[in-house]
Design a protein around this ligand. Structure first.
Ligand code: UDP
Length: 329
């Protein structure tokens, strides 16, 4: 099946990594808003189950392939108006365990997507990450802040560095070649379909609580994060992809409701009615010796709020209830 670029108001989106957690929710929301969607995913961390319910939809198409397949990527890019580039190596655990894969997937993947987009003048929205703020301690983080990364001897920072290269490259394509590119720096995003296998704390805590296993808090649990529901993140991505003034700019996307990891464990216990004990695990044991964690990670969301009037709508308790419902079913 070949889709041509049409001149009607409905747009054709290509979502790389569209069978993943965020991509599958985005695909669903775009279809609901009348757009056409092609998902390109090699199912390395994405899962067919995430998009199985979309297969057969007249405006949906799925290609199982890697973004490094230049022929496939070229064809798909030629047919779409907007590429949302979500295909990346994600999750702190994966990054520590497979640094070569992480660096190569992130940098080469984005390079391939930008090159293909440039041939057909497709708009590109690149999903970046709050990891690029590195060890910064001055919160909230705003888009133009300086960044401080740890040494190259610590694998964790390879992820931040690789995503920074992606951002530089996307901005370079905009400045030098006039390609419309947008960067969304996603902070901790959660919701149904996210799995704890690659380290993500909320699905891990919720499954531990549901199974009555110890809830594993790393370090002293005083580190904090802000968790944003995937539906809010998807709304932000769609708004950015649509807005002409988003082009050539970087946007933080995340919640500002800050919670310590220990408090999160307690809230998960309360919401699931679990009597799992809370177990503290030293970082060295949880990840790798010398692992460095961020103490706080809070976005300054002024920029996206001003442009789109965007704010998260789903509270942390509601997020936990939704994740618990999806994992219990
Ligand atoms: N974490 C934890 N227990 C777990 C998994 C994660 O205490 O079983 C902590 C982790 O060390 C970090 C926070 O929860 O401080 C968020 O971890 P996640 O991997 O979800 O995202 P990050 O913010 O590190 O990218």
């Amino acid at each position: 099946m070949v889709y041509q670029k049409s001149t009607s108001s409905s747009k054709h989106f290509l979502i790389t990594g569209g069978a993943g957690f965020i991509g599958s929710h985005l695909a669903e929301a775009l279809l609901e808003s009348g757009q056409r969607v092609t998902v390109l995913d090699d199912l390395s961390t994405g899962r067919f189950e995430n998009i199985a319910h979309l297969v057969g939809h007249p405006r949906f198409r799925f290609a199982i392939d890697s973004i490094t397949n230049a022929v496939v990527l070229d064809r798909l890019a030629s047919e779409c108006h907007v590429i949302v580039h979500l295909a990346a190596a994600v999750g702190v655990q994966l990054i520590v365990e497979r640094p070569v894969h992480t660096i190569e997937t992130n940098i080469m993947g984005s390079e391939a997507v930008l090159q293909a987009a440039a041939r057909y003048r497709a708009k590109v929205l690149i999903a970046s990450t709050s990891e690029v703020y590195g060890k910064g301690v001055r919160v909230p983080f705003s888009e133009d802040d300086d960044v401080v990364l740890g040494p190259t001897s610590k694998s964790r920072w390879a992820y931040a560095a690789s995503k920074m290269v992606d951002e530089f490259l996307a901005l370079a394509y905009y400045r030098e070649k006039g390609l419309p590119t947008i960067i969304a720096r996603l902070f901790n995003t959660v919701g149904p379909r996210q799995r704890g296998r690659y380290g993500m704390v909320i699905p891990r805590f919720v499954s531990q609580a549901l199974q009555g296993e110890p809830i594993t808090v790393y370090g002293d649990g005083q580190q904090s994060r802000c968790f944003c529901d995937v539906s809010d993140v998807v709304r932000a991505l769609m708004g950015l992809a649509e807005h002409p003034q988003a082009v050539g700019r970087v946007f933080n996307v995340g919640s500002t409701e800050e919670v310590s990891i220990l408090e999160l464990a307690q809230r998960v216990k309360a919401i699931t009615g679990s009597d799992s004990p809370i177990e503290f695990i030293p970082y060295d044991q949880a990840y790798a010796p010398g692992f460095e964690d961020m103490r706080r990670r809070v976005p300054d969301t002024t920029r996206i709020r001003r442009l789109l009037d965007w704010e998260p709508r789903v509270s942390l308790d509601e997020i936990l209830a939704r994740v618990a419902a999806s994992l219990a079913s």
